[in-house]
Ligand binder design. Sequence first.
Ligand SMILES: [Zn+2]
Ligand SMILES: [Zn+2]
Length: 231
Amino acid sequence: MTSATPAVHQVSDERGDEVLEQIWEAFEAARAKDGRERDEVPFAAGSAEVREGLERLIASGQVTLSGTGGVRLTAPGREAAIRLIRRHRLAERLLVDVLDLTGEIIEEYACRVEHLVHQGLEDGICTLLGHPEVCPHGKPIPPGACCRAAKHEVGQLVVKLVEMRPGQKGSIAYLNAQDQTRLNKLLAMGILPGAELELKRRSPSFVFQVGYSQFAVDEHVAAAVFVRLER
Ligand SMILES: [Zn+2]
Ligand SMILES: [Zn+2]
């Protein structure tokens, strides 16, 4: 008897990737019903595109069909699905937390951004976002090596300035201002990513020190500043 294990091609394939994500979500949805892990889920390839993607996944050894119209993930397929889902949901978090996007536009951009979030970069983004456990839709983000390492550390690495306690220090991670005026105001004050910051007071306004200068801003402006805490 010869081994029937097909070779797994490591080429990126957007159509196959999309279908692999759909299959992963079908497993998640099934598990959500009764908490039970399954070996296979029913999966109907409704369109020619999905059918094509499914065929590619089968050809590359990531998915197998069960006799009853269901699909199974092989070990490499599972690994690839986890990686894709992690990228997609981190991309969503990036769009919501950093760029402040809302609504349907998230889904549209997340699909594009996830392809830009290459391996190696995703752990950096995950760390920047404080190792989020769920996407903006409340679905779990599969943890990466960075998350497991961060388990030993306390709290998030990047916090909003408005969530800091007086006396806490860090460096400015990024600015997230919805309107250009607010962003310009911060930039004009020299509030730039990378600069060291210490929060002095929270009321009546947010007073913080950057370099040798102290600034007092209202909560609205302070909300745009994200700080990577000193550890
Ligand atoms: Zn999501
Ligand atoms: Zn992480």
